[in-house]
Design a protein around this ligand. Structure first.
Ligand code: B12
Length: 256
């Protein structure tokens, strides 16, 4: 059955597929799998190589690449889930690449309902690097994931035992925010401030200032580039302005 699932997913153009038994998914900070899908037994984890857009200094092109990837990952999620339900008579639920995720003042949108990295590790798709991202044996760090949770009783694929991170520290040195200075933990707030400069924090600051400003100053504020970028973030979603930890990693750069 695992073979059939993989064959279907790879046929869609997905770069790699791993399967994990639900009992091997261990993400201490994330909500339990049972609270999402009672009766979940396995995870089908899909891995996608990211486009070279992330190398561009032009942030519209860099982020545009991420949007293409997200569109493909979402449609792939749907198609694989439907395959599982229609052809294999399973029950299936998809986990999106990024959002929606639980947003509140307390968590600041930093904890997903399901950890795709921990799922990828459990499904034998790689292991954690110094940047706290999962490195794939062939695609390196430039890989993103989605998952389909199912009630099919499937065993886990073998884990990647070889340590893929070479501890070269390039990711740490390339982080303009110093968010990777502490080993084994990303400083989320430092990363967020730099990678999503037009996120909720900036919107709150902008609108607070706007409310307190004179009409003349308000007119100036809506002509500022800051306002136009905030406006765009409002309809495209999270808008990354940094891909450094991810694009600087030399592992697997020439393999795929
Ligand atoms: C919220 C979120 C963020 C937040 C918070 C990050 C965070 N600390 O988790 C912010 C905005 C900061 C962020 C930034 C980025 N993100 Co993000 N993010 C997510 C999201 C939606 C949820 C993550 C989550 O639940 N975290 C909370 C829990 C799981 O984390 P945790 O238990 O504290 O585990 C952390 C550490 O303890 C450590 N860790 C845990 N176990 C182990 C074991 C070892 C050996 C080591 C060394 C470390 C380690 O790693 C984790 C990272 O801090 C996921 C998608 C998803 N649903 O999973 C994408 C995701 C993790 N992001 C991703 C990416 C690519 C990015 C960015 C590169 C942004 C960009 N431009 O694309 C940066 C990278 C920052 C970095 N180097 O850590 C990818 C990672 C792909 C990969 N190859 O691993 C994901 C999986 C999205 C996807 N669909 O693929 N992200």
């Amino acid at each position: 059955m695992k073979g059939k699932i993989k064959e279907f997913a790879l046929g869609l153009g997905i770069d790699d597929v791993g399967i994990a038994s639900a009992k091997d998914y261990k993400s201490p900070k994330s909500p339990g799998l049972e609270s999402i899908f009672p009766g979940a037994k396995s995870l089908v984890v899909l891995a996608y190589k990211t486009l070279s857009n992330c190398e561009s200094e032009n942030m519209q092109i860099a982020m545009g690449g991420r949007l293409e990837e997200m569109e493909f990952t979402r449609s792939s999620n749907y198609r694989v889930a439907r395959f599982l339900e229609k052809e294999l008579k399973a029950k299936a639920m998809t986990v999106p690449p990024s959002y929606p995720l639980y947003m509140s003042y307390e968590t600041k949108g930093t904890i997903g309902d399901f950890s795709l990295r921990h799922a990828a590790v459990a499904a034998g798709l790689g292991n954690f690097g110094r940047h706290n991202l999962v490195i794939h044996p062939k695609m390196g760090s430039r890989v993103i994931f989605t998952t389909i949770i199912t009630n099919l009783d499937l065993p886990s694929d073998p884990p990647v035992l070889e340590k893929l991170c070479t501890d070269c520290n390039v990711c740490v040195e390339s982080c303009p925010a110093g968010a990777l200075d502490g080993e084994g933990k990303t400083d989320d707030m430092k990363c967020l401030k730099n990678s999503q400069p037009y996120g909720i924090g900036s919107a709150i600051r902008f609108w607070t200032k706007f409310a307190e400003s004179t009409t003349e100053d308000q007119k100036k504020m809506v002509k500022d580039v800051n306002f136009w970028r905030l406006y765009q973030a409002g309809f495209i979603g999270f808008q990354y302005f940094c891909f450094n930890c991810f694009k600087s990693c030399p592992v697997g750069q020439n393999k795929s």
